[in-house]
Every structure is written in C-alpha cells, then in structure tokens.
Design a protein around this ligand. Structure first.
Ligand code: UDP
Length: 425
C-alpha cells in the first residue's frame, strides 16, 4: 500500500538524464542519484517529476517509471547531445519550457531539488519568478575540479560564481559526504545551510550473487585474480594510474591476472578518446593479454562483475562521493581507492578496503597486491563492506532524510506560498 500522498516535487537535472543509459559520456553517478532518489521518494509518497534536457530526437518526452515517478524531457535548443560546458546558454530556454509545462499542467511546484551547477542556476532563476523552496546537490564543485586540470573551460568563472550564489542563497544544500561539506565551506562560501546526506545504493541489486556463481556466469575461471574498474572514461577517473599499477604489481607475470576495465564510450567523443588513450598505455606496458574492455556494463550484468572481482579499484583524482565504491562494497568486494573526497567517507581503510594517495601507481600496486595475495582477508574486507553499506548507504535512508527536510521546509514556508496566487489551469 502506498503511504499518504505527499506533494508534487520536481527534481531538476538538466544535464544528467535519470532515464538515460548509465556508464558512458557524462552519464554516471548524477543520473543514478537523481533516478534512485526519485524512485525512493515516490515510494515514500511524493509525486516526483524529474526534469532533464532531451538530448536525442529518439528520446521519449515523458518516461513513466511508476505511478508517482516520471522523467520529463524538455526540448532546449536542438535535440542533440550538448556537453556540460556548452549548456549554459541554453538554460533560459529550459526555464521557459519548464514554465510552459507548469502552465499546461495548471500547477506550480512548491519544492525543487536541483542537481549540478547548471540546474542550480535554473532553480535560482525560477525562484525569482515564483514562490519556491530550492534544495541543491552539487555532484561536483568547480573550485575542486579546476584545481586539478590544466585545460580550464571558458565557462569556469561563471560556474564558480553560480556555485557560490547557490550555496549562499538556496534553502538547503545537500553534501553527499562530510568531505564535500568541508570543501564547500573552505572553497565556496562560509554562508548558507548545508546538510550531509550520503548517496545510497541498491542493497537488493548488489551482493545477491556469490563470487563463484558470478564467475561461472561471466566465464571467468576460479583461479583468476580479477581486478575491476567500473566507471566513465575520463582522465580524472585515474584509469591510467590503475593500468600503471597493474604493470608494477608483483603478480603482473602471474598467468591468471586479469584487469577488467568496464565502462561505455563513443568513438570520437571525449570518452572514446580517453578509452583509446588507456588502450594504448595498456599496449605500451605489454598488458593486452590480461586486460579486457567489456564496454558499458548494463543493469543485468553489473552485479556479476562486482561479485566476480577480487578487488575493485577507484583511482579517481577526486570524487565528491563515488557510487562505484559502495556498489562494490555492497557486492562483498573490497575496494582500493584514492584517498580523496567522499571515498574517505565510504571506504574504511583496513576494514572495507584500502585508501592510497591519488595518482600514486606504486601505492596502488602495493595495496592491490596485499588483497590479491590474501583471499581470507579479501573475504573479511568484503563482508565488512557489505555490512557498512547495509547500515549507512541505502536509497531508502537517503529518501527518508530528504523527506524530513522537504517536510520541514514546506511546513515553514507553506503559509506564504499558499497566499500567493497559483497559475490557473
Ligand atoms: N556505471 C554503469 N555501467 C558502466 C559504468 C558505470 O552502470 O559501464 C554506473 C556505476 O554503476 C555507478 C555510476 O555509473 O552507479 C558511476 O557513478 P560514480 O559516482 O562512481 O561516478 P561518476 O560517474 O558520478 O563520476
């Protein structure tokens, strides 16, 4: 039975389509977050409309995920894919489309939860036009990102200014880890209200299949030492560090060592280019025979990949949260991750995995070897990881925390909102 019906709310994620296929260019953690938070909030009785930009002509305008949850794709500019760094100029049109949608439906949303800086700007502009409560999740901070790269895009200063205005003015910012909260305070602004609510994962999807069964399904022999990467092909994900670490592993000449680099890519796009760069490093280091690129891992196979692995490596240069780490932990697979951002929050060193300095291939090699050489310890780490995820990282608990905040904010502001005229049907 559904709980008592609550308000209609909008999750806005202009660039991260919750109904998209995950695991390739610009479709990763943010898409999963919006979708899973949307589903979980709907289960708790909210009527959830998730707004995104239509990025291909074949896409349906509305995807109904369940009775209380749908994705609505607004037409903005062309219906072709536009990279995040070039979307800002199209946002006024997105806002106009959102307003048209509200008018056609005959209601105004009272609460929106925006995702990534582009949508935060949309939310702040909407707030000038109608009474609205706005929550925001950053997913990534410009100040952190730009400190780690050399090719800073033209949009950078705009993004940094918008992120500061957002933190200082929206009703609540959701940080997904205490580390992200610290970054906001140190690098963005000391003003504004932040609530730490971690991301979650599907504890019923991951961890149900055992290692041996998963290997049988994937055709991986029981004595293979399997190292897994899952994620987008992006230089900041540090896949190069992982490949170089495997080349330095004491097990590199072990006949049964296998590196699996899972993630989608499109030839000629930035992820395809990064995939080719990684493949050439693999070749240069003589690792072709023990490395596979299975492509995008879809819903049906991804739990088996996590379960089959001896270790999952998250070598990101920076990670505000890092869903892959908790998905691996939920699958009872230990994690070796960069000692950065949200990974410092999710991975407990020596308990659920190991943390090592980012970009340090020797440290990654040592950590990976420690786990591969000790299967009993691997199992202990895996078990502890699963327990940690069950306790701390379910989408249900994320949605419950958000429900508390939404309800509180709506109760605080409802009288003034109710007194304003609503758009006629
Ligand atoms: N993912 C997937 N298939 C792939 C690669 C990645 O489903 O082939 C998913 C992965 O399971 C995770 C998300 O994409 O849920 C990546 O999220 P994460 O927070 O680790 O990284 P982001 O993409 O946000 O940088």
């Amino acid at each position: 039975m559904l709980p008592t019906r609550k308000h209609r709310i909008a999750l806005i994620s202009v660039d991260g389509d919750p109904a998209a296929e995950i695991g390739q260019e610009e479709a990763g953690g943010q898409n999963v977050y919006v979708r899973q938070v949307g589903y979980a909030l709907a289960e708790q009785g909210w009527q959830v409309d998730m707004f995104t930009r239509q990025s291909s002509p074949e896409q349906a305008t509305i995807v109904q995920h369940g009775p209380l949850c749908r994705t609505i794709r607004l037409k903005t500019g062309s219906t072709e894919f536009i990279g995040r760094d070039h979307l800002f100029e199209h946002l006024p049109e997105f806002i106009a489309e959102f307003q048209t949608f509200q008018r056609e439906q005959g209601f105004q949303y009272r609460l929106i939860h925006t995702n990534y800086w582009l949508s935060s700007w949309v939310g702040m502009e909407l707030k000038k036009q109608q009474p609205l409560i706005q929550l925001h999740t950053y997913h990534s901070l410009g100040t952190v990102k730009y400190s780690a790269i050399s090719d800073i895009p033209a949009i950078a200063s705009k993004r940094i200014a918008v992120e500061k205005a957002c933190l200082e003015t929206v009703d609540r910012v959701v940080a997904t880890s205490p580390q992200e909260q610290q970054h906001m305070r140190r690098l963005v602004s000391t003003k504004g209200k932040i609530e730490v609510i971690p991301c979650g994962t599907d504890v019923d999807k991951f961890g149900l299949i055992q290692r041996s069964a998963a290997r049988q399904e994937l055709g991986i022999a029981p004595d293979v030492k399997m190292i897994l990467y899952v994620g987008r092909f992006d230089q900041r994900k540090g896949i190069e560090t992982l490949v170089r670490a495997v080349a330095k592993s004491s097990l590199r000449d072990h006949a049964n060592l296998q590196l699996v680099i899972g993630g989608g890519y499109r030839p000629g796009h930035s992820d395809g280019i990064e995939r080719d760069r990684i493949a050439s490093i693999v070749a240069e280091l003589g690792l072709q025979d023990c490395t596979t690129f299975p492509g995008r891992l879809d819903e049906a196979v991804i739990p088996s990949y996590y379960a089959a692995a001896d270790v999952c490596v998250v070598p990101s240069h920076y990670e505000p949260f890092g869903l892959v780490a908790i998905e691996a932990m939920a699958s009872q697979t230990p994690v070796v991750a960069s000692d950065v951002g949200g990974l410092q929050f999710t991975v407990v060193p020596e308990v659920t995995g190991l943390l090592v300095p980012p970009k340090d291939e020797v440290a990654f090699a040592t950590a990976i070897d420690r786990i591969l050489l000790n299967p009993n310890w691997r199992d202990q780490l895996g078990e502890a990881g699963r327990q940690r995820v069950e306790i701390a990282f379910s989408w249900y608990s994320v949605a419950s925390r958000l429900t508390q905040i939404y309800t509180h904010l709506l109760a605080q502001t409802m009288p003034s909102i109710e007194s304003k005229p609503q758009i006629a049907a």
